[in-house]
Design a binder for this molecule. Structure first.
Ligand SMILES: [Fe+2]
Length: 384
């Protein structure tokens, strides 16, 4: 067994309708002035309003930054950070998917650190503890509500960069599964496969531990039995299991790592702005298949957890069943292939492979990957 540390400092509040408890929970912390970080879609849908109303009811003073964009941008972190400082915010509430939560982590850091965003991003570390953060996830995918990472797109450089510091971990994760019931199918599917990718990469990567393995496998089981039910039947029970899967996968990869699927997805996401979950859905089957020989046992475990039948199959064939599970789901919900995105330029694969090689998670992929292999994985995915 490898040496490891596991301290989950985030308080988790999980329950139906809990978004209405936001004000009460924030008030308990002693916060006086809150900046809410969200996007316009959640404002228009009235979801952010539920949390905001409960804060108003609790007598908490707040401002709202609703300009968060998919693949969260440095420019939004800077604008929201300035808004927070002008307002004198001492607490941050994030409402949304990974983009809102990752933006909020950067804003929380900018409130307390007398430096600019590029200065924090460069050493990947946050010198002074950020303002406390409460996250309310509205998708089941990112797990950012329990992780100490924030992935931000540097708009000038057209690439993603990662802040990684234990101090970025949210103080409170307020999970209300009911919020998932109104999410469009395409988002449920792509974010659900993002959560699955977190769990799979956490489970198979070189620095997994027995604790992260337990969280990852349970997350995969929940996804195996509830992602389709949530998509096609929208039951509350499936929403509960998907929210729990996303959170558990977040804990798993937060204390182990992600790997080459994310390296590939972030390379094209940083350049073309491809939605993160869609990019992961596209690369996951190809990388999974490539990785099977490096650890047949663990890839078989994943397939079984997804519900793949083992009858009459060798371990490798069972593992291969997971590839089909993922590809069938992607097809059913209309996730495009890499080619179908329509804007991918194969002549850039070498450039993207360079980006993959500097991804901090690349060395932890269970099977060795070098630049040439990344080019081949791009080509194999493009021609699939
Ligand atoms: Fe992800």
């Amino acid at each position: 067994m490898k040496d490891f540390t596991f301290v989950l400092s985030t308080r988790i509040e999980f329950g139906r309708g809990y978004i209405h408890r936001t004000g009460e929970v924030v008030k308990e912390t002693g916060a006086k002035k809150v900046i809410v970080i969200t996007d316009q879609g959640l404002i228009k849908a009235g979801i952010a309003g539920k949390a905001i109303d409960s804060m108003a009811h609790a007598g908490i003073d707040y401002v709202v930054y609703d300009g968060v964009q998919p693949n969260p941008k440095d420019v939004d972190c800077i604008a929201a950070g300035e808004m927070a400082k002008e307002f004198g915010a001492d607490f941050v509430v994030a409402i949304g998917g990974g983009s809102s939560m990752d933006t909020a982590k950067a804003v929380a850091a900018l409130i307390t650190n007398p430096v600019t965003l590029p200065e924090i991003m460069k050493p990947y570390k946050v010198p002074i503890a950020p303002a406390p953060l409460l996250c309310i996830p509205t998708t089941a995918g990112t797990g950012s509500e329990v992780t100490s990472f924030s992935v931000i797109t540097l708009t000038q450089e057209q690439r993603k960069s990662c802040m990684f510091d234990e101090k970025l971990r949210p103080e409170i994760a307020l999970i209300d599964p009911e919020l998932l019931l109104g999410v469009p199918d395409s988002i449920v599917a792509s974010t659900g496969i993002d959560a699955l990718t977190h769990a799979i990469e956490a489970y198979t990567c070189k620095i997994s531990t027995p604790i992260t393995d337990a969280f990852a496998l349970q997350a995969i089981r929940y996804i195996g039995r509830s992602l389709r039910t949530l998509l096609y039947q929208r039951t509350y029970e499936s929403a509960e299991e998907m929210m729990m899967a996303s959170l558990m996968a977040g804990i798993a990869f937060g204390f182990s790592d992600i790997a080459s699927v994310h390296a590939l997805a972030e390379a094209i996401g940083g350049y073309y702005d491809t939605p993160h979950g869609v990019a992961n859905s596209i690369f996951l089957p190809v990388v999974f298949e490539y990785d099977i020989p490096a650890d047949v046992e663990k890839h078989k475990d994943i397939a079984l957890a997804l519900g793949v039948s083992p009858v009459g199959k060798s371990d490798r064939e069972i593992a291969q069943g997971a590839v089909e599970w993922i590809e069938t789901l992607s097809r059913d919900v209309g996730i495009p292939t890499l080619k179908e995105l329509g804007y991918i330029e194969p002549e850039r694969f070498e450039q993207f492979a360079d980006v993959c090689m500097i991804n901090v998670s690349t060395p932890n992929n269970c099977r060795r990957v070098d630049k040439q292999r990344y080019i081949e994985l791009f080509e194999a995915t493009f021609n699939r």
